[in-house]
Every structure is written in structure tokens, then in C-alpha cells.
Design a protein around this ligand. Sequence first.
Ligand code: C5P
Length: 224
Amino acid sequence: FQHGALSGKRVFITAGPTREPLDPVRFISNHSSGKMGYALAEAAADAGADVRLISGPVNLPSPPRVECVQVESAEQMLAASLDGVEQCDIFIAAAAVADYRPVAVAEHKIKKGSEEIMELRLIKNPDIVATVAGLERQRPFTVGFAAETRDVLEYARSKLERKGLDLIIANDVSNPDIGFNSDDNAVTLVSTATTLTLPLGPKRLLARQLIDQIAEHFHRKSQR
Ligand code: C5P
């Protein structure tokens, strides 16, 4: 692990789930623990980067020497991600952003009615990492994640292309030993020209290897 590999670089990392409110007391969310994003933030800070962690609600302590911005919804996460992005060198999207949010947020608590079936209308959330990767001026080196249950590499490659990313970190979430909530993970790093598999290991070790790889790809691209 290379100390100083990211010295002087500004890194933004999104982490955790988002919460999409339905009314003042309810929301739609997911089981993301935020562990991978927090581990990446710590590893990036250890590599000398100036790190801003943009996090949905999680039960993790803020990593030392990392600026934390707490958000709830995908729209808040997008706004926090774009705020100051002109100064950002590397953007890493590790958050599990809700794909959809309720069309309307009720002002008051929704009351139980007599009907047996209740329908919710949802609208697509903005794609944060694709928005950042699509910036025309001052676009940071952009890294995304792809959690898949089958055809992991094919889906990862198509996501890399579709979202316009520099790198994508693919993980197979069909294996319960890795991914969501687990302390371990195994991933494959995919760029347009390369693939590299990092075997099963603790997320904190993996985060260090990922930050090394991201730094290398970033520096290689900046030299071109
Ligand atoms: O398309 P999918 O959700 O599988 O893509 C995952 C990647 O895209 C992750 O890096 C995730 O953080 C990012 N993403 C995002 N905004 C969304 C959905 C996903 O930044 N609305």
C-alpha cells in the first residue's frame, strides 16, 4: 500500500443507502451498510488524499481525517456530490442509491384506509455517478460499482460504457459471504482496457488495494 499515492488529490466518495421519504415518518431504503465506502474513504485519506465522504444514513463512525457530509435522499446526495465537484480529482460512487423515489411526499402521515391494496407511484432517481462522469468541464476521474448476481463482468462492462466511467468495481452479490453487510468482499476491477480480480479479503484490506489501483489508473490517465 502506497502512502502518498494520492497526496494533494481531492477525492469524493459516496457511501451507504439513500432514504426516499413517503411521508414524515416513512421511507424506502435498502440494506447497504456503507462499509465499503467508509473503508475506501479511510484508505484514500491514508494515501494522502483530501477526502469528502458523502454518506446516507449508516451506523459507522466517521473515519479520521475525512470530511463527512450526511445526506438522506438520492436528490440530496446528487446535490452534495455536485457541490465543489470542480475541485474534485477522483469521484468514487460506492453508495447504493435507490433507483426510484415516491412521486409525492405526503405532508402528513399517510393514514391506514379500508382498502386492502395500496399502490405507490415511484419516479426514477437521478443517476449520480453518470451525472458526474458526464460533466463537460472539470470532470473528475470517475469510478463506479456494479453489484450483480449473474453475468457479473458483462453487466459491469456495459455499465462502465453506459455511465461513461473510467473504472468500475464489479462484485458478485449472489455469494452471501461477500457484498452487502459482510465484512469481506471480492471484486473485479474493469476499465475499457483492463480487468483485474482481487480475491476475497476483508473490506479494509480490499479498500487499500482498490485505492492503489485507482491511483495508478488515475495517474496513468493524467499523464496521457
Ligand atoms: O446501475 P447501478 O445502480 O447498478 O449502478 C451502480 C453504480 O452507480 C454505483 O457506483 C452507484 O453508486 C451508482 N449509482 C448512482 N446513482 C444512482 C444509481 C447508481 O450514483 N441513482
